[in-house]
Design a protein around this ligand. Structure first.
Ligand code: NAD
Length: 495
């Protein structure tokens, strides 16, 4: 789905950004209890672009009370088809306001606008449309047990959902949580990442315009340790759906145990993109480069380890490095920009620290490894060769445009290295041998396996991983299970 977009400097996004950004609670934009605000920066210019209300425990409580009321009231009791129609209307408004939304997302997250147009917004709209269609198709089963009873199941919404979202795909990942939760009849309190709260606030306004009753979708912006923590520990929240780092995910599991909230976690990755010598090396190298440099490497499923069979190793390293050198780095609002800044100064420093670690560990820096310019958090696309599996740059998630290229001998060696990290989100394999592709897919510890391609996701297919990559799956029917509880019903036929 391509969206027509014509960037004009004085757009609606500018008018939105000029307003102080309140929380969204009970159908209105409101000040935070403390009255405090925090600033949001454009990572490409380091300029302040918005002032956002800083929520705290009292705001979370207000939002949860409103979400509970909306759950017990209009949202749960509404006809399922009507819920679906409201979500469809909302999807229509997202299309109508596409240029404003993509501009906000690009300014706030430093994403190249061409990528937001190609992926983030179309994927968010597709997700919303897909789950809007599910709203009136969530059904139970009649399960025959005995002759004197009618026994059946129904699926009921789990209740009030806390949705905690990261900064790398604020709009798209936010919608991965919102759309299925709302379609199932749950109500939501969302906490966007403090670095990227703006697109959520704008689409929240559009949700109200689409007819979402007050309290069905609330947004409390502010720091994770305050707002996120208050949501995770709130006794009237029934479920937490989280995407972010494994460290925070661990804390969420502990916090949620207080009232045994349901939890789903989408965490990190150190995914292997495995290239055998018999593969189409041009196609594989091209996909390996985009698999790590897309969104400046800030992608949970980034192919941050490229494993290459010995005889093809030098050629593939050179092809990836050539692509890295040719990427156009610059203003995210310029449609020809391929690589924007990373999200923050802290993230930039952390990435550059990993470059130093890689050098000290003895890996060869083929290209990149530096800050680009003095303004904005730009990091050049970086390729490390001669990386050993045990090195930290091969084991730890860098979350930046840095790829570790590792040699392997044969199939067994490739599998050992591919499966040899704490993560298990995704893996790619490139070969012309169909048996090898299938053997690898069977044994790869990964929630998604790509064969002779890399990086595709679709809301119709399950998404997630195990161990440090998370718990449970999003998307498809898995998300319907996440946001509903099955109930068994017995009817005595003899009275
Ligand atoms: P993060 O864990 O720092 O933050 C994620 C969200 O959690 C933010 O909204 C943050 O404010 C909030 N948070 C922080 N501390 C909290 C606390 N104590 N309690 C509750 N909430 C808290 O992660 P990030 O830096 O925003 O995102 C990067 C990480 O996310 C990477 O590890 C990446 O791999 C992962 N990620 C995973 C997926 C996936 O689908 N598996 C997708 C995107 C990002």
């Amino acid at each position: 789905m391509l969206i027509a977009y014509d960037y004009r400097p004085e757009t609606a996004a500018a008018a939105f950004l000029a307003k102080p950004q309140g929380l969204l609670i009970d159908g209105g934009r409101v000040a935070s209890a403390s009255g405090r605000m925090f600033k949001s920066l454009n990572p490409a210019t380091e300029e302040v672009i918005a002032s956002i209300a800083e929520g705290n425990e009292a705001d979370v409580d207000r939002a949860v009370v409103s979400a509970r009321r909306a759950f017990e009231g209009p949202w749960r009791t509404m006809r399922a088809s009507e819920r679906g129609q409201i979500l469809q209307r909302w999807a229509g408004l997202l299309k109508q306001h596409a240029d404003e939304i993509v501009e906000l997302e690009s300014l706030d997250a430093g994403k190249p606008i061409a990528a937001v147009l190609r992926q983030d917004l179309p994927a968010a709209i597709d997700t919303l449309t897909y789950y809007a269609g599910w709203a009136d198709k969530i059904s139970g089963d009649v399960v025959p047990v005995r002759d004197d009873a009618l026994t059946y199941t129904v699926r009921e919404p789990v209740g009030v959902v806390a949705a905690i979202v990261p900064w790398n795909f604020p709009l798209m990942i936010g919608m991965w949580k919102l759309a299925p939760a709302l379609a199932c009849g749950c109500t939501v309190v969302m906490k966007p990442a403090e670095l990227t709260s703006l697109s959520a606030l704008r689409i929240g306004e559009l949700a109200l315009e689409a007819g979402l009753p007050p309290g069905v979708f609330n947004i409390v912006t502010g720091p994770g340790r305050v707002v996120g923590d208050a949501l995770v520990n709130h006794p009237d929240v029934d479920k937490v759906t989280f995407t972010g780092s494994p460290g925070v995910g661990r804390g969420i599991m502990k916090g949620a145990s207080g009232n045994f909230k349901r939890v789903s976690l989408e965490l990190g990755g150190k995914s292997a993109n495995v290239i055998f010598a018999d593969a189409d090396l041009e196609a594989a190298s091209k996909a390996a480069a985009s698999g790590i440099f897309f969104n400046a490497g800030q992608v949970c499923s980034a192919g941050s380890r490229v494993l290459v069979q010995e005889s093809a190793y030098d050629e593939v390293v050179e092809r990836i490095a050539a692509r890295a050198r040719s990427l156009r780095i610059g203003d995210p609002l310029d449609r020809s920009t391929a690589l924007g800044p990373v999200i923050s100064e802290k993230q930039m420093k952390s990435i550059l620290d990993y470059v130093d670690i890689g050098r000290q560990e003895g890996a060869s820096l083929v290209t990149g490894g530096e800050r680009v310019g003095k303004r904005g958090y730009f990091v050049s696309p970086t390729v490390f060769a001669n990386v050993a599996h045990e090195m930290r740059i091969s084991q730890e998630e860098i979350f930046g445009p840095v790829v570790s290229v590792i040699r392997f001998k044969d199939e067994a060696d490739a599998l050992r290295i591919a499966n040899g990290t704490a993560y298990s989100l995704a893996a790619g394999i490139w070969s012309r041998d169909i048996g090898r592709l299938q053997r690898f897919a069977k044994k790869a510890r990964a929630g998604t396996v790509w064969m002779n391609t890399y990086g595709y996701t679709d809301v119709r297919l399950p998404w997630g991983g195990e161990r440090d990559s998370g718990l449970g799956r999003e998307h498809g029917t898995a998300a319907i299970d996440n946001f509903t509880e099955p109930k068994a019903v017995w009817v005595n036929l003899n009275v």
